[in-house]
Design a protein around this ligand. Structure first.
Ligand code: HEC
Ligand code: HEC
Ligand code: HEC
Length: 448
């Protein structure tokens, strides 16, 4: 499930509009840097591999079934399909002829070797905060440890005039590079490290921060308005807020967040959709200290104005009724027949195997899109080396009609103490139709 990638890419469209208002394209000033990188130093290479894992370079630069980093992953945008390029050190088709300055400009400033700006589907906006040390190590890793693959890049299918790259320069000027990284005021060294990992390599905001009309992330670090990591919806999928508000992370311990990032599951929840991929390719490789640093940083984020950290104690009046066969509503009967084998009559699931639906932020989210989407598509827990198996959930797209699924989800949202508004057959129909029209590897552009 590679579909929803990141809430950026279609920037070109917005950019063309911005660009139209300017007179002529301009060059960005290159950032100063030291050019001498010892690409054979084993510590540098090992460190570079770690940064590449955290930055999830493989997620976009490796096509399904393709050679590592050889590119070719198709990413659909509303204006056409772009393909990720080959970033193996092959001299002719890859980045083998890039010197450190070329590499640094691409990764941190979003400028290709020929000087043309890159689409922000490449998350250089976050990577602009990477330290010189981390970018040098990345360069050493790519040049010395990644196998060169001869594979020419695909041209994009974006048609003229949208294919003109120069307007991207204006986007880049307005919304690009926000680096270098500045630690939050008064942060302990651990929290500062967590903030760095989240804002720079982790580019968590690409999915978890809402996007503006030009597809830009509305905030690139935490500020008083609380917009950063406050949740983002795209293409019917939803990356929830990470600000300890409402039914979200407020109820999680830091140990649970570490467990979730390292294994994609906790005793009561599981990663799915885009987050499953993030865990599989990226966060499972975090060192224990770095995973704790991220959890410590997330714990410092306070709810947005108007939101509270409510972790209500749940009172379960549902389980007894189901056990007595006393609830004969279509939602309850549908739940027992379709979901209870795994998620149990008490909505508690089985620790690390079937997530709990009681008190689950996905289930009770004000916007039920992610819940509907997951039950239609099904899913599997991410593959992580430390876990014995990856339990999966079947798809219900072909087995339940809109009304049946709406009844079940409405039941789930108001049972075991959950308080979520009803789901309608129209809600389900809307997501079903989005799924039917969604190309593989959709890069939605931050608007739903
Ligand atoms: C979310 C997807 C995504 C991630 C993650 C990502 N990239 Fe990219 N990258 C792209 C896309 C798409 C392009 C092509 C953009 C364009 O054509 O304008 C690109 C372009 C590049 C280029 C320019 C290549 C050229 O031919 O000029 C380099 C170098 C690069 N990426 C390196 C990296 C590295 C190193 C990482 C990890 C630190 C990384 N990318 C992570 C999507 C991604
Ligand atoms: C490719 C998009 C994407 C990126 C990048 C991403 N996430 Fe997520 N994240 C999601 C989606 C979608 C969900 C909802 C599905 C789920 O709960 O697994 C999610 C869920 C979560 C949750 C569970 C929240 C809850 O209330 O259940 C946590 C914690 C989290 N992400 C942390 C992070 C951190 C930390 C990073 C950066 C290292 C990150 N995410 C990067 C897409 C993303
Ligand atoms: C065969 C077992 C099975 C059945 C039947 C099943 N599920 Fe699941 N469910 C799972 C597994 C495994 C996951 C974790 C999936 C993942 O991580 O991608 C899951 C995840 C979920 C989640 C996300 C929870 C979280 O914290 O990530 C929800 C919500 C959910 N299921 C609801 C339902 C509903 C509603 C039904 C009935 C229509 C249902 N499930 C039927 C096994 C099942």
């Amino acid at each position: 499930m590679n579909f929803l990638k990141y809430g950026v890419a279609a920037a070109a469209m917005g950019v063309a509009i911005v660009g139209g208002g300017f007179v002529a394209p301009m060059m960005l000033a290159p950032r100063s840097h030291a050019a001498d990188v010892n690409i054979t130093n084993p510590q540098m290479i090992a460190h570079g591999r770690y940064v590449a894992d955290l930055a999830d370079c493989a997620a976009c630069h490796t096509a399904p079934g393709g050679k590592p980093f050889a590119g070719g992953l198709a990413m659909a945008t509303p204006i056409g399909t772009i393909y990720s390029p080959n970033i193996t050190p092959d001299k002719t088709t890859g980045i083998g002829s890039y010197d450190y300055a070329d590499f640094e400009r691409a990764v941190r400033q979003g400028i290709g070797k020929d000087g043309s700006p890159l689409y922000p589907a490449m998350p250089y906006v976050s990577y602009s905060k990477l330290t010189d040390q981390d970018v040098r190590a990345l360069y050493a890793y790519f040049m010395s440890a990644v196998k060169p693959v001869s594979q020419p890049n695909h041209a994009s299918t974006i048609a003229w005039p949208m294919s003109m790259r120069w307007p991207l320069r204006f986007w880049n000027m307005l919304f690009g590079g926000s680096g270098p990284f500045v630690p939050p005021k008064g942060a302990t060294p651990e929290v500062a490290r967590g903030a760095y990992l989240v804002e720079a390599a982790g580019h968590c905001g690409a999915c978890h921060t809402p996007h503006g009309s030009f597809f830009q992330e509305k905030a690139l670090s935490n500020g008083p308005n609380g917009v950063y990591l406050s949740g983002s919806k795209f293409a019917g999928a939803y990356a929830p807020d990470l600000r300890n508000e409402d039914t979200g992370l407020a109820g999680w311990s830091q140990a649970e967040i570490v467990d979730f990032l390292k294994t994609g599951r906790t005793t009561r929840t599981a990663a799915f959709d885009g987050m499953g991929e993030v865990v599989e390719h990226s966060t499972q490789h975090l060192t224990a200290a770095d995973a704790s640093a991220i959890a410590a940083y997330l714990a410092t984020l306070s709810p947005r104005p108007g939101h509270t950290a409510s972790v209500a104690k749940l009172t379960d009046a549902t389980t007894a009724k189901l056990l007595d066969n006393a609830d004969r509503s279509p939602g309850a009967l549908g739940y027992v027949a379709t979901c209870a084998a795994c998620h149990r009559l008490n909505g508690q699931g089985t620790p690390r195997i079937f997530p709990a639906l009681a008190g689950n932020s996905v289930v009770t989210a004000a916007d039920p899109s992610a819940l509907i989407r997951l039950t239609l598509t099904g899913g599997a827990m991410p593959y992580v080396r430390s876990e014995k198996m990856d339990p999966s959930m079947p798809e219900f797209e072909s087995r339940l009609d809109n009304g049946q699924l709406a009844d079940i989800l409405t039941f789930v949202r108001k049972s075991w103490g959950n308080t979520g508004a009803p789901v309608t057959a129209e809600n389900v129909a809307a997501i079903r139709s989005k799924l039917a029209h969604e190309p593989d590897n959709y890069v939605p552009g931050g608007v739903d």
